[in-house]
Design a protein around this ligand. Structure first.
Ligand code: HEM
Length: 352
């Protein structure tokens, strides 16, 4: 975990971003102490040398909702093919070039490694691409598609996990009784399992599950979901009809913070998700991973990541607000996912 190495360290969970000086941003500062090999088998140096990691800069740029991106989205809403017909791309050239190069390098590396049998995501995509027969023009899994998939996994995968852990750590620091209850639960499960928390043990951590659910309620990483109406719909108790074909933005932020569905929405209360309260949640009002056929494809991976990080953190440290902790989050309006604006600093004390 990155932080200051003083006796009572203050952990900068996230730093100011977007000033081009290599400060931390999406992809986050909070990590599990390893440089992990990503799902495409490429080593990322974000941990050992974060200040000079191009991957991190790319991830930052991918989340920036600048004029170019907004204009691209506007045209896409007019007609999905329009921006591309006009030769526009949603991302700037640096991001496009980097992703193209990473994809090419990773594929070349795998082709050279004829005996490698890593069953990672890129390997699968390349296998399907090779299996496609017939005219190359009919191919579906082209290099461009593989690049797009890598880009979407990068953008969809890095920031939400980092932001969720940041928000959860902030709430734990401000709710010490919640933190202690979680610590006790972790200790109990560790005792039962003989010391370590393995993948299957995560399922036994019910209170942790409640905490993560409540974090995603209060801080829905995708504050709005984009949808297109497929059949005319009369809004209940109103004269409004949403016509077929209408593009819609559904505010998860609004739903998750509506006191009608979640009383005292500002309160961080994991009990909302306790077994006895679960059926009070009105279907369709809690959508942290979306809904329907386009819901987050990596929900289980994401939850495992977030929970593993929280278990590691809370097992070894107690979290506290410090003089530099913001009283209230301001969200960064330049990002289209929910991200705190600026630093989130907490004090960590090593448990005995
Ligand atoms: C706490 C972490 C995460 C949250 C809260 C989250 C949330 C979401 C949400 C709300 C959507 C849109 C769903 C919809 O429109 O109905 C989405 C889509 C997606 N997510 Fe996640 N996500 C998380 C982590 C991840 C990770 C780790 C990955 C990949 C490694 C990932 C990959 C994707 C992809 C590829 C999509 C697009 C799916 C599609 O359009 O069919 N997400 N996610």
């Amino acid at each position: 975990m990155r932080g200051r190495a003083e006796r009572s360290p203050a952990l900068a969970l996230r730093c100011s971003r977007g000033n081009g000086t290599g400060h931390q941003g999406p992809g986050g500062q909070l990590h599990d102490g390893r440089d992990r090999s990503r799902s495409d088998g490429v080593q990322c140096n974000a941990i050992r040398d974060p200040e000079n990691c191009t991957m991190k800069e790319v991830a930052q740029r991918m989340f920036r909702s600048d004029f170019r991106f907004a204009f691209f989205q506007f045209l896409e809403m007019v007609h999905p093919k329009l921006p591309r017909l006009l030769g526009l791309t949603p991302r700037d050239r640096m991001v496009q070039d980097f992703l193209g190069q990473v994809t090419k390098d990773a594929m070349a590396m795998k082709q050279q490694d004829a005996h490698g049998d890593r069953k990672d995501f890129l390997q699968l995509l390349m296998k399907y691409s090779q299996e496609e027969d017939g005219d190359a023009q009919d191919s579906i899994i082209t290099e461009g598609v593989i690049m797009g998939v890598i880009a979407s996994f990068l953008s969809a995968g890095l920031e939400p996990v980092s932001a969720t852990v940041t928000f959860a750590a902030y709430e734990l620091a401000h709710n010490p009784w919640v933190q202690e209850k979680l610590f006790n639960e972790i200790q109990a499960v560790k005792k039962e399992s003989g010391g370590d928390i393995q993948f299957d043990d995560l399922k036994k951590l019910h209170y942790l599950d409640q905490i993560v659910n409540e974090t995603l309620r209060k801080y829905p990483i995708a504050p709005a979901l984009a949808r297109k109406c497929t059949e005319a719909f009369q809004v209940p108790n109103s004269k409004i009809v949403i016509e077929k074909g209408t593009s819609l933005m559904i505010s998860t932020w609004g739903l998750h913070r509506d006191p009608e569905y979640f009383p005292e929405p500002e309160k961080f209360d994991p009990e909302r998700f306790s077994e006895k309260n679960l059926d009070k949640i009105v279907p369709g009002t809690y959508l942290p991973f979306g809904e329907g056929p386009r819901f987050c494809i990596a929900q289980r991976l994401a939850l495992m990541d977030v929970k593993t990080m929280l278990v590691t953190l809370v097992s070894d440290y107690t979290l506290h607000p410090c003089a530099n902790t913001v009283k209230r989050f301001k969200m960064d309006v330049h990002y289209f996912t929910l991200s705190p604006d600026g630093e989130v600093r907490l004090r960590l004390k090593k448990r005995n």
